[in-house]
Every structure is written in structure tokens, then in C-alpha cells.
Ligand binder design. Sequence first.
Ligand code: ZN
Ligand code: ZN
Length: 225
Amino acid sequence: MTTNRHEEKIHRAELLKQGKNKCTVCYAVKSVAMFHRNKQQQWGISSICKVCTHKRRVAWYQENATHARDYSKAWARAHSVQVQQRALAWNRAHPIRRREIVRTSTRKRRAKKQAVHEQFTTEMERFVFQFWGSRCAVCGETKNCCIDHWHPLSRGNGLTITNAVLLCLRCNSKKHAKLPDQHYTPEFVETIRSRLSKQEQQWLALPLTLAEFDDICNLDAIGVA
Ligand SMILES: [Zn+2]
Ligand SMILES: [Zn+2]
């Protein structure tokens, strides 16, 4: 038993020299960037990888949901000034991320109004901007571009990776709530359709990122993280 533990230690030290660490939960060897810092641990690094840590937190939250929500609500009420100041400071320090969050929640609210369930994350939003080269799909304009529901929300179409096109404000307001084939030529509709399927393929080929995991679980918003 002692030898095993000793060998384990040597093994870990060797891995760390190569910038790697082995997770004690999933046993995968990963880059040290995939582990949180932990001053209490030997070598100052957590022995559980970020993905496993996150999964544990999610599992914990699911088991303790009601209690956790009541607790964080009560804490926020008792420290309202502190909470407000912290939020303001965070907003000032992360202006771009804040705009993304506002956009996502505005979109969710609009979708809810139309009784459409949307699960469009900020990771997807970034990907869509990148995919269209931050240019309007119709006129190529780079200013004031935003993500458009290609098949309009007002007709019950939620925002998905196969329904998200980048349009400038002008092209967006011209199209408004019309269906693509009511407003564009059949050739252009076909071009966009094939680009949208390429968009989906490229999106599905990406690995799930931690930020995306965060978005899905939204732990920060409920104060568990
Ligand atoms: Zn792990
Ligand atoms: Zn345009």
C-alpha cells in the first residue's frame, strides 16, 4: 500500500514536470491548465480535473437545489449593497461579456413571449459571428451586425445553430418578420440554406468547452460557483 502511494507520487511528479496531471476521479491525464489551482494541495494544483469538479458541483446543486437557492437568496438580501457593488465592478471589468449576457437574456425573454424554447448560448453566438466573418450575410456590411432568426421568431422559430444568420441592422429591418423566400430570390435562399448546414457541421465538430458547460448549467448566476 505504502509503495503504491509512493509510486503514485513519483508518477505524479513526473507528469507535472511535463506540464500534465492525472485526475483522481476520471483517471485521465490532462494538461495542468485543465486543473484548478489549490494551495492546500501538494504542488498547488487540484487533483481533480476542471470537468470533474464542474460535474460534481452540478450534481451537488441538483441534490441541494432548493436549499442552495434559499440560502443564496437570503445571503443576497442580507448583503444587498455588497452584491450591487460587486455586480457593478464586474460589469465594468467585463464590458464585452456583459453585453453578451444582456443579449442572451433579452433573446430568451423574447422567445419566451412567443412560447418558444431557446437554448442559444453565448458560445454559439461567438461561433456564428466567426462563421460569417462578422459580416452581414446579405450586403457584407461589418458595422451593427446582429444575429437574425433566418426563419422568424414571430412564426414560432427559435434561434438554433441552423437558424442563425448574421445580418446588419438595415438588412435585418428590411427583412423584418418575413419568411426568407418571401423576401429573397430562390438562389439566395439556397445559398444561405447550404451555408447554414455548413455552420451546423462545423459547430458540431467543436469539442464542448468549459464556458459552454458554464452557460448550460449557469452556476454563476445562482451563486453556487
Ligand atoms: Zn477528471
Ligand atoms: Zn446588410
